[in-house]
Each structure stands twice: as C-alpha cells, then as structure tokens.
Design a protein around this ligand. Sequence first.
Ligand code: ME8
Length: 651
Amino acid sequence: MSKYITTPIYYVNGEAHIGHAYTTFIADTMARYERLKNEDVYFLTGTDEHGQKIEESAKKNGKPTQQFADEISATFKNLWDEFEISYSQFIRTTDEDHKKGVQKAFEMMFAKGDIYKDFYEGHYCVSCETFFPETQLIDGEFCPDCGRSTSVVKEESYFFRLSKYQDALLNHYAQNPDFILPKSRANEVINFVKGGLKDLSVTRTSFSWGVKMPASMNDDKHVMYVWLDALLNYVTALGYGKDDAKMNYWPASVQFVGKDILRFHAIYWPAFLMSLDLPLPKTIGAHGWWTRDGEKMSKSKGNVIAPKEVSDAYGAENLRYFMLREVPFGQDGDFSQRAFIDRMNSELSNDLGNLLNRIIGMSSKYSDNVIDSVDVMKYHAKEMNDMHTIVDSLDQYMEAIQPHRYLEELWRLFAIGNKAIEEHAPWTKIKENRKDEALATVALVANVLAKAAVMLHPIMPKTTSIIADALGFEINYASYKALILDKELLKVFNIKNVPPLFPRIEEPLMPEAPKAMPDNRPEIAEKKEEKLKKAEAPKAEADNLIEIGQFFQTSLKVGIVIEAQEVPKSAKLLKLQVDLGEEKPRQVVAGIKEHYSAESLIGSCVCVVANLKPAKLMGMVSEGMLLAAKDESGLSLIRPEKPKKAGTPIG
Ligand code: ME8
C-alpha cells in the first residue's frame, strides 16, 4: 500500500523557526518509518506564496512579490535540504501546474453548483487571511486568533457552499474516529461545525497576488482566496488538474498541521474534497505549539529560534530527537536549552552513547573486536524475550502518531542493555575464566543496539547509520526484516571503533533568549488566554507548572482608582487613572464597563499588573492591567481584603 504524507506549506513572509521544523521533522520521521517498512511513500512539503500578507511583506522589504517569494521559499528548501528532509516533492503555490490545478478545481466546484457569486462584508484579518464575524472579534475590532487589528472589507466575492457539507462532515467525524488525531482535538472541530457553517468566501478583489480565476469564468477582477489555493496543493502536487500522474497516492495517509490550522484542514479541506468527489485523507495529525523558555515566539519579541542556530550548536538529529521526545504529540511544548541539554546528556549520551562505547571497549579487550551472537540465547533468553516484546510494541505508537511514546518505549531497550552489563559484569566473568558468558553479554548488548538503531533510524537517520556501521550492517528493509520482523540475531562481525557520538554538554551552547515582554495588548492577552483555556479545558494544571522566578517576573501592585471615565463608542472599555504610588497616576484602559460603572470605581483599590509594556487600545495608551475573575455569573475585580496604600506590592 502506498503512503502519502504531507506538511503544511509554509508562508513565505518570514524564515523558518523551530515550530516549522517540528512539523517537518514529524512528517519526515513518519515518511522514513514507512519507507523502512518498505512502503511506497510520497512525502510532500513546500511553500504557500499567495495572498495579501505575502504581498505586504514583499512591499515592506522593497522587493517585487515574486522575487521576495522566490527568496524566502529558497530559504525553506535549503533548510530542509540541510536537515536532509526526505521530501519527494517541494511544491510552491506559484508553480504553474499548481495554479492550473486550482483553476480546474474551481471550475469543478462551480459546475457542481457549489460556488456562487454574492457580496461579502466582514472583518478581515490580513495576518490570518481570514474573515471573522463581528461576534468573534475582541472588543469589536481585534482578531480572535492573533489579536491584531482587523479591517472592514466589503467586496464582491464567490462563495463556496460550505454550509451544504455540515452534515456530511459531522457524519465523517463520527464514522472515522481517527480522522483527527490526537482524538482530544476532535471535539473543538466537531463543536465548531455543530455551531453552524457559513458559506465561505473563496475569492478576493481587494488585491491581485493570487491564483487568477479560470478563463472560463470570464471574471478576472477576482483572485482565489489563499486558503482555497493553498489547501489544493495537496492534490495538485499529485497532478490533479493536469495528468493525475500520482493521484494513486491520494488519499493521504496523514497530513500534519499545527493546531492553529486544524480548522482549515479538518473542515474546509474535507468539504472541498467532497465537492470534488475525491476521498478524504485518513488522518489529520494536529500538533501543539512550541514556546521558548515559556514565552510565545515572535519576531517583535526577538525570541524566535532558527532551527539552524540550534542544529549548529547541538546537531540537527539531536534537535529532532529532543523535539519528538519532549512533547506528547498534540500538546504544547517548550524549548529550553536546559531541557535540551538534560535529555542529550542523560538519554543520548548516558543511555545510548555509553552503551555503544562500553561494548566497543570490551570487545577490543576480550575478543579482538569480534562479536558473535552464538551464546546469546543460552545466557540471555529472558533479555532477548523482553527486548522483542518491546520492539513488537513500537509500531502501534508510530501508527497512532505518538512518537514520544515510541521513543520512551524504545529507550527501555537501552535499559535492558545497561542492566545486563551491570548484572553480568563481563569483566568479572573474564577474570573467572567464563569468557563465553562474558562475550554473550557483550553480544546481547550489540543486538540490543542493532535493533534499537533500526527502530531509531527514522528519527536519527545519520547517527543510527553510524551505529549500524560499527555493528557491521546497514539499515534498510532487509535488515529491518531480519532483525525486527524475523527477530534474527546479528551475524558474527568485527565491531568498529567510533568516537563518542554524544559528547556530554556542560554549558548552554547558544546565547539565552532575550527576556521577552508579555503580549503588548493587555486586554487582548487576557481574552486570548481565556479563549485558549476554554479550548484546552482538560489540560492538567500540572502540565503548565512555572518556576517561582517566572511568577516574580510579573510586578503586581495595589492601585487606587482616582479617576474613571467611559470610553465613548466602546461597549466594554473604561479609562481609569490609577495611583500606584508613583510620581504620576497610570492610565489603564480596562474592558470592565459591562460590570462596573465608572463612578463606582473612584476611590477603590484594585490589583494591577504594573510591568506590562504600554499598549494602545482604541487609540488610548494603557499602562497596566487590572486583575479580575470571570465566570458565568459575571466579572469581579480582585482587590485586597483590607484597603492598602497605593503601590503596595502583591506577591
Ligand atoms: O499556516 N509551534 O503557514 P505558516 C509549533 N501557509 N508549530 C508551529 C509554530 C509554533 N510556534 N509556528 C508555526 C500556514 N508552526 C499556511 C498553511 S497549509 C495548506 C497552509 C508550524 O507558515 C505549524 O505546523 O504560518 C503550523 O501549522 C505551520 O507551522 C504554519 O506555518
């Protein structure tokens, strides 16, 4: 059976960071894993190059849009090449074949009656390339996804009858429990669809950097909506709309996406496919979000990590290992050098690297480098059995897209090897003239390492090839079949000396992240946090523990409200002057108008986050944020139980 695996296609408005690398690493791991099993794999990645956002980025950089797209697209491709990502094709949405495929799909949808022309008036977020209904905006203006300002756009548009597919989608989710993995993410999609699907505007007239309408539509004012264009890459890459040359790979076995774009892939994309009478992908695998040292990465904070920076410092495959091992697939993860170094030292260097070096050392001393498995079953049947039980269990974790579990289990093999050496202490057996036993333990460990290397190959292809070479074999389907499927032992061989593969690291090798400031729009940060919490409701607090030092980075103070006014034309905002015991009162713009009248606040104590970067809300500077608790019954401000002086620290 063939396997088709995809990454999202990345926007060319900026260079790759470790979030992009993570998606790509997982997809590459899966592709390599399937190839190891002798599957016929097609692995697609590429860049998403149309839309207003790219047009604007090019302008900001003073470059023609196509040239800008060419340059950034090349940085992605070069990076993946440097990381030896084993893609079969790198698609660009500016490829002529892709554009033709999109036009063809548009014609098909139109012919089917799924596309009609109307007017669209809505709030558009350029950054997310998405319209939002007013009810979803924060304070009637800001994007609920990224917090940026939206603008009102009214334009003639073609619409896709998304509403028509609501029931079919719900039915598909119900019938195919593996359509969205991890399953914990399915509910947010199902609820969204149950909430009612509106038809989707799929063309734009407000800019021109997009796939043109098909000539048959005779309407060249419009260009395609970037998400219609982008999603179709997954089939145009296979020749859809041209020669269908590789359409035998469709439907995809797994399409990897970040949770930010799950909605597009689990709702719009299957609806488009239904309209085109194409089967739906088997699984959309949605992973969580990476932060750096607990902070969201963003260009403005200057704390984005380039994958190359990490790989130059620590090695590309070590980065792959860390990212896949550190985070349960689907959950958010944090990149910190401390955590990285800890895993490298304890798991890669101690558990794996030392084990190899120990048997290299012993073989050279005891057996002239010759390792022979002849007596392994005689002395180590139990270990062999335990090892094969673990090896047999691994496939289920990769199939369920749980690389962290896969690696966790795989590491139990090294525990077997290390324990056998400790317990059987070959050096004493040699002294006691029980050389056969000593050599059987060394050979057991060689077999542990060989089988582990085969199974670790999809995650660390080069490192495991070095290990295999030291153990006298090559990793390919034949050795997978022999060592893993048929549970064979290594044939007699001469072990090669290799320098330590994972030297211990004592100190961070990269500069630390600049201390990032919190989201610079307090009201938005607060609302976004609320939304996020709702979306990820069951996530245990324990997953989000912070250090006390992180807590104390927030300066909380008692303030006394000395002036309060309603903000004209805002349903939610009050403008306050708050005394924090400083030279001048602070102006704080707070979204509490629905819960407190301006007069009622004057003279009262409030708790203020005092070290937020000032931000502008409806044109007014806000220099702090009030603490409040909100539930179904409303919002109440958090205040000291007894009045306290202005500026009293809280903590
Ligand atoms: O959304 N943590 O492209 P994009 C984890 N062009 N993953 C992250 C991440 C982070 N901090 N930041 C980005 C687009 N990603 C569209 C996709 S597909 C038809 C069109 C990863 O450049 C994650 O996989 O914004 C996310 O989905 C992808 O990069 C988005 O990349």
